[in-house]
Design a protein around this ligand. Sequence first.
Ligand SMILES: NC(=O)c1ccc[n+]([C@@H]2O[C@H](COP(=O)([O-])OP(=O)(O)OC[C@H]3O[C@@H](n4cnc5c(N)ncnc54)[C@H](O)[C@@H]3O)[C@@H](O)[C@H]2O)c1
Length: 425
Amino acid sequence: MSDQANNKLGRREFLGAAAAAGFMIIKPQLVRGTAANSQLRFGILGCGGRATEEGTSFVKNAGARVTAIADLFPDQLQKGCQHFDALQQAMGYAPIDSSQLFKGPNAYKEIADSKEVDFILITTPPYFHTHHLETVVAAGKHVYCEKPVAVDVPSAHHVISIGEKAQGKLSLAVGFQIRNAPPMVELTKRIQNGALGKIGCGLAYYYCGHIDRPEWPNASPDEQRLRNWVWDHKLSGDIIVEQNIHVIDMCNWMLNGHPLKAVGMCDRKIRTDAGDCKDNFNVLFTYPENVQISFGSAQFGHPNFDAAVQFFGADGSSEAHYDWRVNIVGKNAWDAGLKPSGSQEFSAAGKFAGSLDLADSEKEKAFVASITSGQFLNQAALGAESAMSAMLGRNAAYSGKPLTWEELQKSKEVYDPKIDITKFA
Ligand SMILES: NC(=O)c1ccc[n+]([C@@H]2O[C@H](COP(=O)([O-])OP(=O)(O)OC[C@H]3O[C@@H](n4cnc5c(N)ncnc54)[C@H](O)[C@@H]3O)[C@@H](O)[C@H]2O)c1
């Protein structure tokens, strides 16, 4: 917990909130050079690109400390350990205790049961999220789970029930950091206050290049799939559920609802070199009040990256890009006042220049504050709703037939990558 938050709450209240939350107070021997008993300790489950980015930001911007890490693969664990030890030792903190390094197929259980963490950051591939989330909540730890929370409908429903178990006892955040980006927050407030008048229709799109991954020439086919899960539709949920979900979540947030119907097409004709994901989706989503959102995405080649949501209303229109363009034109014109600066390049780890610069840090600070204040966040239902919104588009596009929200809810299809991870012990 940051000093500022500690001051606001007062030590007595902080301890009371901690006791109510059931989380442990940090052990001085694991962390030194700080207000050792008032700082949140966290474990990282899945030490890849996003964990490095987001874990670093939690340390630098939200005053938390990494005290445990876990990964299926020892090399990833080692890389994570080196990164966080270097980062934290430079700040005067002790290295991660060797008893808190967990590897292999049971690493997720071991880190969930660790007595040295207050919350866990889940940054494993999407297929594992629901089970990892369930395990962490059952172990009584606060949790920040990356999106998507599920890759199929039964798992998304299960996430809602996991959220019910956490309700009022634990903070459960889902990685839609755009909802905390100040320019996006202001834009959404204005849209919801009627700045556009009656909204007729909109656009949501996500165009980015092929995601490069390292080659694993000596890995078995199953290991290759796990290492490069982002190309595998059973492990990732496909590009619309794994990646494009951010702009679908923005539509849900800004329009305050979820799509009721979708019809679409998708294809895999350019990125055929790896995996089995589609490389483009085109979907028409019908939101409440018959607001039609035309959604498009591609993930191949090396285009100029652009991801955005635009709405067209009777009194004005809005655009919200991942870069500096966040504005409203028309009767209630407004501009977030951002300027093109630095790199506008897409970052697979979720770091962007412009409108989203403060998204991660604001989200992390709010999550930490929700724990220390005892005002626990619960984004399980929201995470499941956005995951199912993306699945609605995916399943409609896979079949080429219209699909309603009610029909989607009846889906019994379970994504099973058919990989026995116990062999990676
Ligand atoms: N919110 C954002 O902006 C954002 C940005 C990037 C990625 N993400 C999300 O973060 C998650 C991770 O993405 P990434 O790019 O870091 O992937 P990554 O492949 O770089 O990292 C995943 C890590 O999980 C480990 N792992 C795989 N299976 C495991 C298991 N069963 N148990 C324990 N560890 C396991 C891998 O070895 C790897 O170290 C994904 O859900 C992705 O959608 C979110």
